[in-house]
Each structure stands twice: as C-alpha cells, then as structure tokens.
Design a protein around this ligand. Structure first.
Ligand SMILES: Nc1nc2c(c(=O)[nH]1)N[C@H]1C(S)=C(S)[C@@H](COP(=O)(O)OP(=O)(O)OC[C@H]3O[C@@H](n4cnc5c(=O)[nH]c(N)nc54)[C@H](O)[C@@H]3O)O[C@H]1N2
Ligand SMILES: Nc1nc2c(c(=O)[nH]1)N[C@H]1C(S)=C(S)[C@@H](COP(=O)(O)OP(=O)(O)OC[C@H]3O[C@@H](n4cnc5c(=O)[nH]c(N)nc54)[C@H](O)[C@@H]3O)O[C@H]1N2
Ligand SMILES: [Mo]
Length: 676
C-alpha cells in the first residue's frame, strides 16, 4: 500500500498517480506537491499510452482544486430554489438532515421515491457502484438506467462481439488504413493523434467520417462529411458493396460469424447512390471509401460516440463494427476495430456491491425531466445527485429545470464545485477530487487499471464518495458505521483477480496478460454465446418496431431545418471544468447557412426549436457542413446569454438501442438576435 498523503504534508515530493476522468486515455500522472499543496501535474510513462504528456485541462487542474467555485464545506439552502444562496453547516448537521429527509420520504412514499442520479464524474471503480449502490439498494430506491452516453454503442458492441477487447492505441502504428468514424481524438483522447500521424508517415491512408472538419479530417486522404445521423445507410452501403463485389471474407464468416444473411438483406436496400443521397455525400467518395477499405490490410476503424447519439445510433454502430468481420480485417496486428475497452477486464461491480439489486422502478436518466415533473406511483421526492451535472448535461433542459424548481422536491447535490445543478440543491455536500482520494482508474482506449491515490491535502472539508455514502447508510441504519475510503479500496480490490490486485497495489498499474495490446481473433474472441460474431442478433430489443439496421429518416422540418450537434470541447470533460471557462459560447455555422440568414461571425443569435432557445454568438466557418450547426456539449448556463445550453434543444427521445440519448437529433432554426 502506498503511504497516505499525511506523511507528505511537508517538504517537496513527486508522486505517481492516474487520471480517472471520463476520457478513454486514463493517463498516468506525475504530480509535484509542496507542503500538501499541488504544484504541478504532468503525464508520466507508467502507463505506456500516456507517453509522458497530458491534456491542458488536467495540467491546469489546480485551478479547479483551489478555484473560487470549489465547494469547501457542506451547506443548506437559505433562499428560494435555484437562487444559489446557501449557509454553511457542519457535516453532522448536513448528513443528519439528509438522513432525516430520506427517512421521511421513504416512510411517506416508499424507497422508490428516492432517485439517485449519477454518471460521468469519474470512471474510477470506487466513486460509483460501491457504497453508494449499497445504500440506495438497501433503501429500495429507484434504479437509474445510465444511458446518457455509450448505451447504444455498448448494446451494439455487446450483441455483436460480447464487448471483445479492441485494438489499443500503440497498435495504430501498424495499420495501413485508419478510419476515424464519429470520433474526435484531437479533443477527446489526444494520445491517439500522434500514433495516427505516425501511421500516416509510414504510409497509412486516413479516412475520417464526421459532419465536421475535425483536426484529423484536415489531414485525411478522404473526409466523408456526412449529414448527422446517416452513418447507418453509409455503413450498409459499404457492406452492400462488399457483398455484391464478392469482397467478403467467406471463410472467416463461415468459421466465426452468424446472422450474415440478415445483415446482407438489410445492406441490399442501400446501393451507393441511395446512401450517398441520404447522407449528402459524393457517390464517388463513398465508392472510393469502399474500395480502399476492401483492399487495405491491416485496416482499422476507430469508432467514436458521435454516431450513436441519434435515433439510428445503435444500428449505426452495429453496422460500422460489423465491417471488419465482413471484410475480413481481423487476425493481424493493427487490423479490426476500437470502441470502448472498458469491458476488456471483465470486471463486474456485482462482485463488490454487497447488496441485492431491488426490483424497483428503473428510471432512464435521459428522462430526468419527465421523472421529476410527471412520474407518480410514487413521485420522485428526493433526488440525490453525485458525479453528475444534469442541469446542463441531460436532454430537455427546460423540463429538467422545471423539475428541479419543485418546492416539494428535496435535492442533494454532492460535487466538487458549485455546478449549475448544485445551485438548485437543498443540501450541498463537498466532494474530494482525484488528487485527494483513492480510486482505481480504468482506461477505455488503452487497456489499463491504475491506482489513484491522495497526493495533496484535502481542500476544506471535502469528503470522498465511499466515506459519505457509508456514513449516510449508517445514519439510516442500513450499514455499519465508520468505514473510510481506504477500506473501500481494499474491499473492491480484494474482489479483483489476485494477480491483478497485487500488481495494482504494488506497482500502481496493471495491463492484461496479452500485454494490453490484443490482436482480435488471435488473442481475444467474442464473448458471445457460441463465441461467434452475431451480425444479426435477432433478440436484440430495438425501439421503434421496424427492427435492426432499419433506417429512420431525418427529424428536420421546414420550421427547424438545421441539425444541431454538440460534440466534446477541448476545454471541458462533459461539463467538468466548465467553471473555468469565461467566454460566451458560439454556435458554428456554414457560410452558406449564415448568408441565407444574414449572419456574420460575432453576431448574437437565437438557436431555437419547440423545446427551447439558446442565445449565444455565431461563428461562421467551413469546418461544419452545410445544414449542420454545432454547439459544444458541457457548457454551463453562464456561457450563453439566456442561461440555456445545447441540452435545452435536445429531445428526450431514445435511440434504437440501449435507451440512449438523442442529443444530435436536435433540429433547430437560427435567427439574428443582435447584429455584431
Ligand atoms: N476534452 C474532452 N475529452 C472528452 C470529453 C469531453 O467532453 N472533452 N468527453 C469524454 C466522453 S464523456 C466521451 S463519451 C468521449 C467522446 O469522444 P468522441 O466520440 O470522440 O466525441 P464526440 O464529441 O461525442 O463525437 C466525436 C465526433 O462525432 C461527430 N459527430 C456528431 N454527430 C455525428 C454523426 O451523426 N455521425 C458521425 N460520423 N459523426 C458525428 C462530431 O462532429 C465529433 O467530431 O470523449 C471523452 N473525452
Ligand atoms: N448537449 C449534449 N450534452 C451531452 C452530450 C452530448 O453529446 N450533447 N453527451 C453526454 C455525455 S457523452 C456524457 S458522458 C454526459 C456526462 O454528463 P455528467 O454525468 O453530468 O458529467 P459531467 O458534466 O462531467 O459532471 C460530472 C460531475 O461530477 C463531479 N465529480 C467528479 N468526481 C466526483 C467525485 O469523486 N465525487 C462526486 N460526488 N462528484 C464528482 C464533477 O465535479 C462534475 O460536476 O454528458 C452528456 N451531455
Ligand atoms: Mo460520454
């Protein structure tokens, strides 16, 4: 076990730890401290993919840790809901109050009236699904379907391959063709970028499929700037091309796949010209893509999350991930696909959550607004938010805010900073950051587990998640008193395979037996029943009736003709670190769309639809395709003129698979507000 930070509160030291934030890379960090205070953070080489460098966000993490918005002590609301006025209280007072209210709510309505709400604050194994899950399960609280991200792609990857491990970053150098499909690693996983560029220098072809001209699209041999939500027809047209031209790896399919005919039949509906027409791309470019993909080996697809966030998202990801099977791209280093590698360890939190999951109501987190304003039997009367900032990150913001404004709703927000959600709380609890607590960081790009440890003195009275949930459980009489988070670390790691645990605690990092770089269909195989790729999983539940790989047309209307997408920004991770951003947000718009509306860069505009309106600046740029506008995800309410963010325009409809969010199905109109 590493020493606790208290032994380091004086003098200067450099300590190894890792970043557990919601990003594929999960960097290994070298942190310099002086007298318990953070001096500098940089990347190390302990986890090979980090290659000694990290993003600017985490390099400047001191601005969050010691910033003005940091929560330093518990507080209770003193003004009207949402006014953001709070008075300091002690932890005992705060937790007694929370326990008392939870007791009242569960007595009046039953446990299901309590809704725990958490998602992406940390990808660590300790900050979610440990003591929190035990508490809420024992209370019989409503369950949360965590669907705001990766639900459609997760369902697709599970059904096809049983979430088989994918190609890891360092193997990108071996590829002769790299397809970056709906991902923007220049922002969302920066360690992939130099490896893609290196492969290009070694002669690899680069294809980018994205409605925006991302930094890698500018360096690509082919940029397919398709209309948002049209990946499914494009991928099916590629399959159809392979099937029709006899470019299919029949031997591989016979040995390793099932459901080929189902996929082939759906693909046959998409000749090149039909798919190109729907996607708004050049037929010749699409054909070139098909030819290049069929011919190249090793050929690699990095599938991101941009293509899942719409009504066709699950089928789109399935069709994309099915390509290497149909075209026979597996079995060589640098060939195959990368999606999320978080399942590569086969870890299940059920191994360490010591409480049965109750059969209570399952609330889809994309329906938070509905749950707060519409659900009864029982009504949601206590909302407990942690690791999440739903006031700005889940669909249908206006409905969410309406719910948070309910006077009869008791809201607890447990966070590191005064988020937009915390402002609506009745009780605010201060959380530690990953520099102040233990965690286990699990990468989902590379394959690694790393130990996260407290390296600086805790700021103010902040406490870790396991500590607070255990304390609350004790106050509510559903657990023993007095466990701290180091004990939770031992508890969770004690349920890991022995070799993994030893490596993790001794060296701080562990990569799997296949050295963290599996060759698909050589070192790893589908974890599906029968061990085969299932190209047409018949019992996969698809929303919307017409089944798997069925395309649903664009939701645009004459009133709302523009597709609004909200991709990741380099300044925040979802909304995390948004408190440090000061500039007004701008919506990106193509020059032709801007000219039609008489708009120029710097004008203030209204971006609106039937759900809401965002008032912000416009930036006129050819980096977004015509008919598409783009406004970053993760903005805070202070970043727009009217306090609304892209989620105010996002419908709470669900994707075809996994109950996923449809952020990119927002269709909008844009009009002038104030001329520059
Ligand atoms: N700096 C930073 N890093 C992050 C995050 C962050 O917010 N900031 N978020 C983290 C999280 S939570 C996640 S899930 C990952 C996401 O990682 P990515 O998947 O790389 O990020 P996204 O921004 O969701 O989408 C990537 C690209 O998809 C494009 N796109 C949008 N709609 C479509 C479409 O219909 N089809 C296609 N082909 N492309 C489309 C967007 O223009 C964007 O360039 O990144 C993680 N890393
Ligand atoms: N418009 C639009 N919105 C989107 C998306 C989109 O494409 N478009 N994509 C979405 C995606 S990909 C995702 S993943 C979601 C993420 O949405 P959220 O789950 O809301 O994630 P964050 O915005 O990062 O907020 C996480 C919060 O957890 C807090 N936190 C971090 N660590 C801890 C801890 O140890 N303890 C406690 N108690 N709190 C902690 C952070 O301070 C932060 O305020 O957003 C979604 N929102
Ligand atoms: Mo995400």
């Amino acid at each position: 076990m590493p020493p606790p930070s208290s032994s380091l509160t004086w003098g200067y030291a450099t300590i190894d730890t890792a970043c557990p934030l919601d990003c594929p890379d999960s960097c290994s960090l070298s942190v310099s401290i002086e007298t318990g205070r953070l001096v500098a953070i940089d990347g190390s080489r302990r986890q090979p993919a980090t290659q000694g460098f990290i993003c600017a966000k985490v390099r400047h993490f001191d601005r969050r840790v010691y910033g003005d918005d940091r929560l330093r002590h518990p507080a209770v609301r003193t003004g009207p809901k949402g006014s953001g006025t709070f008075a300091r209280v002690s932890w005992d007072e705060a937790l007694d109050l929370v326990a008392e209210r939870i007791r009242q709510v569960t007595q009046a309505y039953g446990g299901a009236a309590v809704l725990p709400f958490c998602y992406g604050g940390s990808n660590g194994l300790l900050t979610q699904d440990t003591r929190d899950a035990e508490l809420f399960r024992r209370l019989g609280a409503s369950r949360l379907a965590r669907t705001v991200c990766a639900a459609p792609s997760g369902a697709a990857a599970q059904a096809l391959y049983g979430k088989m491990a994918g190609v890891t970053y360092l193997d990108y150098a071996h590829a002769k063709l790299i397809v970056i499909w709906g991902a923007n690693p220049s922002v969302s996983g920066i360690h992939l970028v130099p490896l893609v560029r290196e492969a290009q220098r070694n002669g690899a072809t680069l294809i980018v499929v994205d409605p925006r001209e991302t930094p890698l699209a500018r360096h690509a041999d082919l940029h397919l700037a398709l209309h948002p939500g049209t990946d499914l027809p494009v991928a099916l047209a590629l399959h159809n091309f392979l099937f029709e031209r006899g470019l299919v790896d029949e031997a591989f399919l016979a040995r390793h796949a099932k459901g080929v005919d189902g996929l082939r039949a759906r693909a046959a509906e998409w000749p090149m010209d039909r798919a190109a027409g729907v996607a708004g791309v050049d037929v010749a470019a699409l054909e070139q893509f098909a030819r290049v993909y069929a011919a190249a080996s090793p050929a690699l697809i990095r599938c991101g999350w941009g293509l899942e966030r719409n009504r066709n998202g699950g089928s789109a990801v399935m069709a994309v991930l099915a390509l290497p099977a149909v075209a026979g791209k597996f079995g060589v280093r640098g060939g195959g696909y990368t999606m999320s590698n978080s399942a590569a360890w086969g870890l299940k939190s059920s191994a360490w959550i010591d409480a049965e999951e109750p059969a209570t109501r399952l609330v889809n987190m994309n329906h938070l607004g509905r749950a707060l304003t519409d659900y009864d039997d029982p009504p949601v009367t206590c909302l407990f938010v942690y690791n999440c900032n739903p006031a700005v990150t889940v669909p249908d913001q206006n409905r969410v805010l309406k719910g948070l404004a309910r006077d009869d709703l008791f809201t607890v927000v447990f966070d590191q900073v005064m988020t937009d959600t915390a402002r609506w709380a009745d009780v605010v609890l201060p959380a530690t950051t990953f520099l102040e607590h233990y965690d286990v960081a699990r990468a989902y790009g590379p394959i690694s587990l790393q130990l996260v440890r407290p390296v600086i003195d805790v700021v103010g009275e902040a406490r870790s998640n396991p500590e607070v949930f255990r304390d609350l459980a004790a106050r509510l009489g559903v657990a023993e008193v007095g466990e701290d988070e180091a004990e939770t670390l031992l508890h969770v790691t004690g349920r890991l395979p022995a070799a993994v645990r030893t490596d993790l605690l001794d060296s701080g990092v562990v990569t799997p037996p296949h050295a963290g770089a599996p060759v698909q269909f050589v070192d790893v195989f589908p974890n599906t029943p029968g061990g085969r790729v299932d190209l047409f999983p018949v019992d996969l539940a698809v929303a919307h009736g017409d089944g798997l790989y069925a395309w649903r047309p664009d939701p645009a209307s004459a009133a709302y003709p523009l597709a609004l997408i909200s991709p990741a920004s380099e300044r925040t991770i979802s909304s995390t670190l948004g408190e440090l951003r000061n500039r007004l947000a701008a919506v990106d718009m193509h020059p032709d769309d801007a000219a039609e509306r008489g708009l120029t860069t710097g004008d203030a505009v209204r971006v609106y639809n039937e759900l809401g309106e965002v008032q912000c600046d416009v930036a006129v740029t050819t980096r977004v395709r015509r008919g598409t506008v783009s406004l970053s995800k993760g903005l805070w309410r202070r970043h727009t003129l009217n306090g609304a963010t892209a989620t105010a325009l996002a419908p709470d409809s669900l994707a075809d698979l996994g109950g996923g969010a449809c952020f990119n199905d927002a269709r909008v109109q844009v009009a002038i507000l104030v001329k520059h």
